[in-house]
Write a protein that binds this ligand. Structure first.
Ligand code: GUN
Ligand code: FE
Length: 436
């Protein structure tokens, strides 16, 4: 049991940035048990028998925010982050990405590489992540081990690809299906509620229709998430059109395979027609908006406003290493800048995404996409305490605060200019996982 006293900022359904000043937030058994005005603290300490050493007072400029939720990230590709960004997706995959992922057949290398990736995300405040691993079952399980070791909350997928891939990095349909079942059962048997398996057909280009339908059955049987990529680049959309001349559109391919539901996360969704948007909505599929990746590998600009206006669940993803930055602060910035760019060619009625709304997507929105909004995403009594302690005034802070700055200014500076140096503590399910 412990209490934090000070400033809290978070997003709610009705308020993208709620600023709560002078609060006492109590955590017991990993869950938030009260959020009261600071003046109630003595009474709360009595009621819950809380000693002075269990009460932590935030400094004047410090605040707590919910941990970030990265809804789409390739843990295996972290080794390439910041390199190989000169080619569009369908050339980038065989040139840089498949060769790297293939090396994850070496379990020792894989474990070390995954440890670096997961640790880097956690340092940057990502308390929940939805990961792609590689096609290798052993390596994918080592990713789960590493996540358990560092104490992050995560969904992990063994990647499935049985066509349009190089000889050195491809599976048979039967092997892919059997390995997925093995992987899923292993992860579920750990009974660690923080780490869950996710069924992961790479995308319709590299996963056969037959395998996709069988994978949908696996996800149904175990009642677990599905993740893939949808409508990321024009080239890919054209290819899907050629591969599936009878399908209505790209989204229709996944729908017919039975892959779209309220437990599905589709990354990108840059080129959806109105008909596709309607299907994403009616199937309650979630979208992982990956703005850094969209620009870095020249895929397109996703109009998130259109998705939100249609009532679609949207979270943010770093999509490392199509996106070069593993920090969700960067994803927030790119989401805002993408919206700003799109707005240039829209009329005045277009509502841009501001930093508050992008922050909501990075926290509460992501939790909705991953189906964990009843557990995390913001500060609500009964939810688990996944949180970041932010100190804008650390000695090596990358930005400066002035006397004139309000709490909201300070938060906004952190969003635009802050980094992991400002994230001084990270909590997952009430446990402080950083610093160790
Ligand atoms: N589409 C299929 N595979 C990938 C991948 O690894 N990264 C991105 N950004 N898009 C993909
Ligand atoms: Fe991706």
């Amino acid at each position: 049991m412990f209490v934090y006293v000070g400033t809290l900022l978070h997003a709610t359904a009705s308020n993208a940035l709620e600023v709560l000043l002078g609060k006492a937030l109590g955590v017991n058994n990993g869950k938030i048990i009260f959020i009261e005005d600071e003046k109630e603290l003595p009474a709360l300490q009595q009621q819950y028998d809380i000693g002075h050493d269990q009460v932590h007072r935030l400094g004047e400029r410090e605040f707590l925010i919910p941990g970030f939720v990265d809804t789409h990230v390739h843990a295996s590709q972290y080794a390439n982050a910041g390199t190989g960004l000169d080619l569009p997706l369908l050339e980038w995959l065989p040139r840089y990405t498949f060769p790297l992922e293939a090396t994850f057949s070496d379990v020792t290398f894989a474990t070390a590489a995954y440890r670096k990736a997961v640790t880097r995300l956690l340092k940057n405040g990502t308390t929940s992540a939805c990961y792609f691993a590689t096609i290798h079952t052993e390596g994918s399980l080592r990713l789960c081990d590493v996540i358990e070791e560092v104490g992050q909350r995560a969904f992990v997928g063994k990647v499935c690809m049985d066509q349009n891939a190089p000889d050195y990095y491809i599976e048979s349909s039967a092997q892919s299906l059997a390995d997925t079942e093995t992987f899923v059962q292993n992860v579920l048997s750990r009974k660690n509620a923080l780490v869950q398996p996710v069924v992961t057909p790479r995308f319709a280009v590299s996963t056969t229709f037959n395998l996709m339908t069988r994978l949908a059955e696996v996800a149904d049987k175990h009642n677990i998430l599905v993740q893939s990529h949808l409508s990321e680049t024009r080239g890919e959309c054209k290819l899907i059109g050629d591969m599936y001349p009878d399908a209505e559109h790209y989204t229709d391919v996944y729908k017919r395979a039975g892959l779209l539901s309220g437990k599905t996360v589709m990354a990108h969704c840059n080129y959806l027609s109105d008909g596709e948007v309607a299907i994403i909505k009616t199937t309650n599929t979630g979208v992982a908006h990956c703005p850094n990746s969209n620009i870095s590998v020249q895929s397109g600009l996703c109009d998130v406003r259109r998705l939100l206006d249609n009532g679609i669940k949207v979270g943010l993803g770093t999509d490392v290493s199509g996106g070069y930055n593993p920090s969700m602060l960067d994803a927030i910035r790119y989401a805002v800048q993408t919206s700003n760019i799109l707005s240039v060619n829209k009329d005045d009625s277009y509502t841009k995404l501001d930093y508050r709304e992008a922050f909501r997507l990075a926290t509460l929105g992501g939790s909705q996409v991953l189906g964990i909004e009843d557990r995390v995403g913001n500060f609500v009594i009964g939810k688990e305490f996944d949180a970041l302690r932010v100190n804008p005034c650390v000695s090596n802070s990358p930005f400066d605060i002035f006397d004139k700055d309000t709490t909201e200014d300070t938060f906004q500076k952190f969003i635009y200019l802050g980094d992991d140096r400002n994230v001084t503590e990270v909590f997952v399910a009430g446990k402080r996982v950083l610093p160790k």
